[in-house]
Design a protein around this ligand. Sequence first.
Ligand code: CAA
Length: 386
Amino acid sequence: MDYSKTWPNLDESQIMMMDQINQFAQKTVAPVASHHDQSGEFPTENVKQMAEMGLMGIMVEEKWGGAGLDTVTYAMAMESISAACASTGVIMSVNNSLVCYPIQAFGNDLQKEKFLKPLASGSKLGCFALSEPGHGSDPAGLKCRAEKVPGGYKINGSKNWITNGREADYCILLATINPELKHKGICAFVVDTKTKGFSVNKLEDKLGITASSTASLFFDDMIVPDECLLGKEGEGFKIAMSTLDGGRIGIASQALGIATCALEASKKFASEREQFGAPIAKLQAIQFYIAEMATRLQGARLLTWFAAQRKDLGLPFAREAAMAKLAASEAAMWIATKAIQVHGGYGYTKEYVVERNFRDAKITEIYEGTSEIQKLVIAANELAKK
Ligand code: CAA
């Protein structure tokens, strides 16, 4: 996509950066995406090169090891990488939005020096551990326990569906000092995954984004020092919620990437595939699909960039991020479904990228808040407005 002449207005350095990212995505990431999808192999080389390009800490200030760029550029970079490989996209999104962000926003300088610098420069990888077996959409009631002990906290419990859980060096961990306090008892910690008592329990065998790990984590009398507490005791729920607001822009962008890939593949296929003596792109039925795919994609993209720009301007953006994620994830699922329809029987085989797009799109309607949760967030914001 040529960003140079349309909103958002990018400066020369952003345009150059996007050209570089698009080239990397198409020349390096896309050719190995099918291999990673089929083998489930973690895309180590992609992540290494993304780190060198500054993509693992895009919005982190340069003094803390990041690229010091804005959220709109992050959204475009996420779309570009995810159009090539959605697994690589979510690895990048979690590290940027769910790990670097809360340390940058709520951490002190010691935590930034120790954890944020290596995470933002990409020499270390992070995960975000909020969900539990019994607490997915409703994390306020989480059960993972943090007990105050001299000099730190003793943590016991488990977490589910943690992206990057197998590879992560550092983990943003949400645990409660008193479950009866509900969300007011939750604390956020930044934890080294090599700490005694931390273990990876189970890896999920998934429908899509197969090259990213989704793990269950287990904490058995894990002692973390006081210096690992992010913000103050009891602030963890708000830290997690505001972190997810930004995360939803990342996942919306991932969905845009998947949808872009499916649309481009459908346009190419429709121009080449002949039936009834002409390319199927000449058939109005196919043209209508292409038109609606492009329109839904562009509508979701504008919502995503709008949310990103509000975040950059320091304006409230929880409602806009939820709208962006709802629209983009549902657009991606719809577009991937129609892309298979355009491809006919070919689209149902692993030979064509739309089969992977279809499997990858589904998760964007689920993680970082299901579509139904996004509607709750939007409705709460709408109804609170006078
Ligand atoms: N920012 C800051 N604070 C917020 C907030 C936000 N976006 N949303 C709510 N809060 C505050 C409220 O103001 C309230 O504060 P007070 O006590 O001071 O009044 C407090 O948090 C509780 O708010 P609610 O009563 O609205 O909370 P709730 O329990 O009803 O939950 C919810 C609201 C929107 C449903 C929320 O639970 C939610 O977002 N659920 C989905 C969770 C989710 O997205 N999980 C995904 C996990 S990450 C992942 O997917 C894994 C991965 O690796 C990719």
